[in-house]
Ligand binder design. Structure first.
Ligand SMILES: O=C(O)[C@H]1O[C@H](OP(=O)(O)OP(=O)(O)OC[C@H]2O[C@@H](n3ccc(=O)[nH]c3=O)[C@H](O)[C@@H]2O)[C@H](O)[C@@H](O)[C@@H]1O
Length: 284
């Protein structure tokens, strides 16, 4: 699904990224790559951590406030010499020395992001500013997990990255949709103004182990209803489509984006769209 979505002028005034700080070079020479994962105790974040930890040259630091994530998701790494877990809210500055930042921290499903919309906006805006400030200070490359929801209620199907979206700025979902859109804007402004190395992924529906069963998203809804022997909720059969990506494929996509040369934004998801009633037929 990847495409160059420069929208005309994203790459025009790119400056070279700043040098990594001498402090990091001197102090952390043992590990080839020190990687920060915000939201690393969440569903996708914890699978990303598992994959990054497979590489013995990586040292992984997880920062999470456990709003929707859980220590259980990373319990297999607690005590490992290359792993560190910090309870921290990204809306507060973080002083740390790292080479790469995967910035995932954000409530991601409607139930949770609507629960405290002001906090959701703060996490997206102030949290992303803080992570970009950190990236600038230490010369780290930063990847933001944005979302397919930046396309809002799209007027074109399927949406490629050059589509600017159709988003309600004042609705109850805006804290998330517009929050992620501002986060993307901040990423590109830091890139253009300060030469920060950025990567932006727009994540589509993802499923797999550790997904939150009660988060109100379609796969978890179906599974939860099936387990509870309840009728499955299918809205307007035949009209609602979704794509579904398995979490290990999502994580591979995120790592390849981080390691590659394309800033994004890049859609990451399953390119096939499925009607909700077909999912039910196939899975149950
Ligand atoms: O599908 C997507 O678009 C989303 O995918 C992932 O979200 P996901 O792993 O599905 O959701 P969670 O399991 O809720 O993970 C989010 C993590 O962020 C943490 N978080 C949330 C809010 C906050 O203020 N700070 C913070 O650290 C949560 O505790 C949790 O561990 C990414 O983390 C989101 O940034 C992305 O928007």
């Amino acid at each position: 699904m990847a495409k160059d979505a420069s929208n005309g002028d994203n790459h025009v005034t790119r400056k070279p990224p700043p040098e990594p700080s001498p402090l990091r070079k001197a102090k952390f020479f043992q590990a080839n790559m020190r990687i920060l994962v915000t939201g690393g105790a969440g569903f996708i974040g914890s699978h990303l951590v598992d994959k990054l930890m497979e590489n013995e040259k990586n040292e992984v630091i997880v920062v999470d406030n456990y709003f929707t994530g859980s220590k259980d998701n990373v319990s297999q790494w607690i005590g490992h010499p290359r792993f560190e877990l910090i309870r921290h809210d990204v809306t507060e500055p973080l002083l740390i020395e790292v080479d790469q930042i995967y910035h995932l921290a954000c409530p991601a499903s409607p139930i949770f992001y609507k629960y405290n919309p002001v906090k959701t906006i703060k996490t997206n805006v102030i949290g992303t500013l803080n992570m970009l400030g950190l990236a600038k200070r230490v010369g780290a490359r930063i990847l933001l997990t944005s979302t397919s929801e930046v396309y809002g209620d799209p007027l074109v199907h399927p949406q490629d990255e050059s589509y600017w979206g159709n988003v309600n700025p004042i609705g109850v979902r805006s804290c998330y949709d517009e929050g992620k859109r501002v986060a993307e804007t901040l990423m590109f402004d830091y890139h253009r103004q300060h030469g920060i190395e950025i990567r932006i992924a727009r994540i589509f529906n993802t499923y797999g182990p550790r997904m939150n069963i009660d988060d109100g998203r379609v796969v978890s809804n179906f599974i939860a209803q099936a387990i509870r022997d309840e009728p499955l909720t299918v809205q307007l059969p035949g009209t609602q489509t979704r794509s579904f990506c398995y979490v290990s494929d999502m994580v591979d996509g995120l790592i390849r984006l981080m390691e590659g040369d394309n800033t994004g934004p890049i859609n990451i998801g399953n390119p096939g769209n499925y009607y909700r009633h077909l999912i039910v037929d196939q899975e149950f």
